[in-house]
Design a protein around this ligand. Structure first.
Ligand code: GDP
Length: 661
């Protein structure tokens, strides 16, 4: 529906509509021309309720404004997701050297023509007493990202495009069995003898059906899919719409269907829970057809509706065949060039205690290999140190449609980011390569690329906070200040008086901040937005509890800081014995002091090709407990037997260092 038409129906002006839409949880940006029909009808049907909510929140805003006047008025600066220092200086009215100094104070050493991200800008904005706001029209830039992916595929020479496994997403109403179905599909495919079927949860997995690989995005619920969709990334090729046969079409079934429709995804319906006596397949079919215009193929329509029981694992084979059938129909679109530089979408991103920043990337074009440099928006995130598949096994290449968990990045990307490899011989790479330190082996954790590259030692817990009165804000700030240590600090990216607003949630999302309220309320629209963006609003009325939560978050960062102790490096001179589960090799200790019962990485051409354990150590045919630098030794390696003469073995111990403030 056109936005103007919706405004007419609600008897308000288009500008008024744009003002209220974000408050109602429909943030479509002020430049939008259309709004999706489902959202439009939801607004029309609930308009009288919404009007009451809006009136109430206006009242609260007016009330808090009275108190807010006690705070010094801050200048507001709206910026895009990344901005050069020079542009930021011009916008904020400070000279460039002032901005550079503030950046330096925060450990960011860059030139005036280099870009800082929103996160960095809002942190220095705090020090400069300016309110930095992310341009809501950034959505447009994000969808250009999505087009970027399409353009990359379109620009490939047709002869280089090869079929790739389809990527499948499972959607549907809560409790209709999405998780159970994903588990059931995975379980039917576990090969015998495969580590008891234990897989790592990396947000996606692959199975084989009739000799063909299928990739499943293993993140039920809409959140991740919506995040990716809103950034314009078309991640999946096929959708499975799960509808419980005992419950029928429900609100989230409708919502999921609209997402599928908008993304123009071909789909199959899985009618789940047919083992239940209340299951009524015909009723589900008629609801699908009446409410969503989905006509099942056996009713003369085009959509395959497969009865299944995820619990009893029945019908799964048929469902997978239906997915393969759709894949066959869409085969011209499900292609990629495996020889190109890798491009993919981030489907999971977190900081791991042992490995630092890790991300799961679904490769969409090209092949990713360890040692390559990954960039987001032309900014290097770091070098891929190690790649693991969903089974947790180290792999040395990830081809199109393969989900792969990578570690070694110096900065964490966000879910939905489209990341790409800049090949070392390209001109662009030559310009950027100097920025990445050669040594990619040190675990390094940071949320921010600019900081990460400079190896800054202090970490921050970003905070968005609100309180009822100025006195509370001051007391809380003072208490938080006392928590700062040399290694971890609190950074208040936004503070305010009165109830939470949607802009708080946007700021928290952009700066990965913890949201804390003291004696304040959250209206329904803000709650809805927070839920949608996966932001937790922590509310307190006791200062101690407020401060304690921040303390816990800070300790959490400390705990992640120290992860491994390097013992030394061995150069492999001989391979004596190779079995399926390990090798006995000989080598010379190039540095350090090697001890048995430690962990080990096999490194070839600067990239990790396997990992395992060093279980035995010998010197002069005697078992020993240490071997020092320049000495030769024999060692027993437990792991994938890939070691060759000339490889480097990096031996280390993992140390859990749980620190308290
Ligand atoms: P999700 O919210 O869509 O991910 O739903 P879940 O997979 O968590 O399932 C919700 C509930 O339904 C759980 O208690 C499941 O055990 C149950 N469930 C899922 N599939 C089936 C099924 O095929 N039959 C029966 N009887 N229960 C099921």
């Amino acid at each position: 529906m056109n936005v103007t038409e919706l405004a007419r129906k609600l008897k308000i002006t288009t500008n008024e509509l744009f003002d209220v839409l974000p408050q109602l949880g429909f943030d479509i940006g002020r430049r939008a021309i259309k709004i999706n029909d489902q959202a439009a009808y939801k607004i029309i049907n609930n308009w009288s309720v919404y009007q009451k909510q809006l009136a109430a929140s206006k009242l609260v805003a007016a009330e808090s404004q009275v108190t807010a006047e006690a705070l010094p008025v801050k200048k507001a600066v709206t910026i895009p997701a990344a901005i050069t220092v020079r542009e930021f200086a011009a916008l904020s009215g400070f000279n460039v050297s002032k901005i550079l100094t503030e950046l330096m104070k925060n450990g960011i050493f860059i030139s005036m023509n280099e870009k800082i991200d929103f996160d960095a800008a809002s942190i220095i904005g705090q020090d400069l007493n300016i309110n930095v706001i992310l341009d809501q029209n950034e959505q447009t830039a994000d969808s250009q990202d999505g087009n970027k992916l399409k353009n990359i595929i379109a620009s490939q020479d047709k002869s280089t495009l090869k079929p790739r496994p389809p990527v499948v997403v499972v959607m549907g109403h809560v409790d209709h069995g999405k998780t159970k179905l994903l588990d059931a599909i995975r379980a039917t495919q576990v090969m015998e003898g495969e580590a008891c079927g234990i897989t790592q949860h990396i947000g996606a997995y692959q199975i084989e059906q009739r000799g063909q690989l299928i990739t499943f995005i293993d993140t039920p619920g809409h959140e991740v899919f919506t995040a990716m969709r809103s950034r314009g990334a078309k991640v999946a090729d096929v959708a499975i719409l799960v509808v419980a046969a005992d419950d029928g079409v429900k609100p989230q079934t409708v919502e999921a269907y609209h997402i599928i429709e908008q993304a123009k995804l071909p789909f199959v319906v899985a009618m789940n829970k047919i083992d239940k006596p209340e299951a009524d397949i015909d009723k589900v079919k008629s609801e699908l057809s009446n409410q969503l215009n989905i006509t099942p193929d056996d009713w003369g329509g085009k959509i395959m509706c497969v009865p299944i029981s995820a619990k009893e694992k029945t019908g799964i084979d048929k469902l997978l065949d239906a997915v393969l059938f759709i894949t066959e129909m869409e085969k011209d679109k499900i292609v990629a060039n495996p020889k190109a530089a890798a491009v993919g979408t981030v489907i999971e991103s977190k900081i791991d205690k042992g490995e630092g920043s890790i991300a799961t990337i679904l490769i969409q074009n090209g092949t990713l290999r360890p040692g390559e440099i990954i960039c987001f928006n032309n900014q290097p995130l770091g070098r891929v140190r190690m790649m693991k598949d969903y089974k947790g096994e180290i792999v040395v290449k990830a081809t199109p449609s393969m989900p792969v968990r990578i570690s070694g990045l110096k900065a964490s990307p966000s879910i939905g980011d489209i990341v790409e490899v800049i090949r070392a011989n390209s001109a662009a790479a030559k310009m950027r390569l100097g920025k990445i330190k050669k040594d990619s082996f040190k675990p390094s954790i940071s949320q921010r690329p600019a900081q990460a590259e400079e190896g800054i030692s202090a970490k921050y817990v970003n905070i968005v906070m609100r309180a009822d009165v100025l006195g509370s804000i001051e007391a809380l700030e003072e208490a938080l200040e006392k928590l700062n240590t040399a290694e971890v600090k609190v950074k208040i990216v936004k503070k305010g008086l009165g109830n939470f607003t949607e802009s708080d949630i946007h700021t928290a999302l952009a700066s990965k901040a913890v949201v804390l309220g003291f004696n304040v309320q959250t209206n329904q629209a803000v709650q809805m937005l927070a839920r949608e963006k996966n932001i937790i609003i922590n509310s307190f009325n006791i200062i101690y509890e407020f401060v304690d939560l921040v303390k816990q978050k800070m300790e959490g960062l400390l705990a992640k800081q120290i992860s491994r102790k390097e013992l030394g490096v061995i150069k492999v001179l001989a391979v004596f014995k190779t079995t399926a589960s390990g090798q006995i090799v000989g080598g010379k200790v190039e540095s350090g002091l090697i001890e048995p019962n430690s962990k080990m990485e096999v490194i070839r051409n600067d990239a990790v090709v396997a990992g395992g354990e060093l279980v035995g150590l010998q010197s002069g045919r005697q078992n020993v407990t240490t071997v020092a630098q320049d000495q030769e030794c024999g060692l027993e390696f437990k792991g994938k037997p890939v070691i060759k003469i000339g490889d480097v073995l990096r031996v280390y111990r993992e140390e859990k260092n749980i620190k308290e403030l």
